[in-house]
Design a protein around this ligand. Structure first.
Ligand code: 6PG
Length: 246
């Protein structure tokens, strides 16, 4: 089941996602469950992370019940400017009450093939796994590139050194190596939340959400949780083409 939420601008969108995420985490906490969250990288989620750590929300989030993972990471050290982990630390983790053991970063400084296996083992150790399936994240946050990539799953590219959960990707333009969740792991999630903003993504969104034939070549179109749900959180600019079809 797919939901589409269109907010008037990126800040309003971040507040809506923060509200929905906090609600879901509180529900898990009230049932004494850990809430396993896979974070997205890039630039879009920064506002969301800042809002979660803001005075308005910081006391609403059940921080002690959260387990933080990343859906992908650039193969760079954790203090590198391009590190998704560094962005998340600066925007949120440095400002909220979480313990080091709740933070499960992809070690971008390690050999990608070795880290892909190590990370898969860390996920298996921490995230509940149904008998017949793969580890089931409560929420997976994802972004989308103009080319339809998501996490570090790129068009016309299979993950290398892949196991069921993770693998090694290479950015098609920069050649930068990445460690990324696999489609199988993404599609085992209870809920996937795409956060997409900006006019430059409107056309690709219309192709992917609008069920245009041939959309399957785009990785974001191949995210379809088997038993979970998807919400597309868009700002007005990114949603212009979709709005015409609704
Ligand atoms: C990454 C992300 C990637 C990102 C999209 C959108 O490591 O870069 O995981 O999939 O979500 O490229 O990036 P922006 O949010 O910067 O547009």
């Amino acid at each position: 089941m797919e939901n589409i939420v269109i907010s008037k601008d990126a800040s309003t969108l971040a507040k809506r996602v923060a509200h929905d995420l906090t609600e879901a985490a509180r529900l898990a906490a009230s049932a004494q469950r850990r809430f396993c969250l896979a974070l997205s990288g890039g630039t879009t989620p920064r506002l969301l992370y800042q809002h979660l750590a803001s005075p308005q929300l910081i006391n609403e989030v059940p921080w002690d019940h959260l387990e933080f993972f990343w859906g992908d990471e650039r193969c760079v050290p954790p203090d590198a400017a391009e590190s998704n982990y560094r962005m998340t630390r600066e925007a949120m983790l440095n400002h909220v009450p979480v313990k080091p053991e709740q933070i499960h970063r992809i070690q971008g400084e390690q050999s990608p093939a070795v880290e892909s296996s190590r990370y898969a083992a860390e996920i298996l150790k921490t995230v509940p796994t149904p008998r017949d399936g793969l580890p089931r994240f409560d929420w997976v946050l994802l972004g989308m590139g103009n080319d339809g990539h998501t996490a570090s799953l790129f068009p016309d590219q299979d993950l290398a050194h892949a196991n069921d959960l993770c693998g090694v990707a290479q950015h098609p333009k920069t050649g930068q190596l990445r460690v990324s969740f696999s489609y199988e792991l993404l599609n085992a999630a209870s809920h996937v939340a795409f956060l997409v903003t900006g006019a430059s993504k409107a056309e690709m969104l219309a192709t992917i959400i609008g069920r245009v034939p041939g959309r399957e070549r785009y990785p974001a179109a191949r995210v379809s949780p088997r038993v979970g749900t998807i919400t597309w959180y868009l700002d007005h600019e990114a949603g212009t083409e979709i709005s015409k079809k609704l």
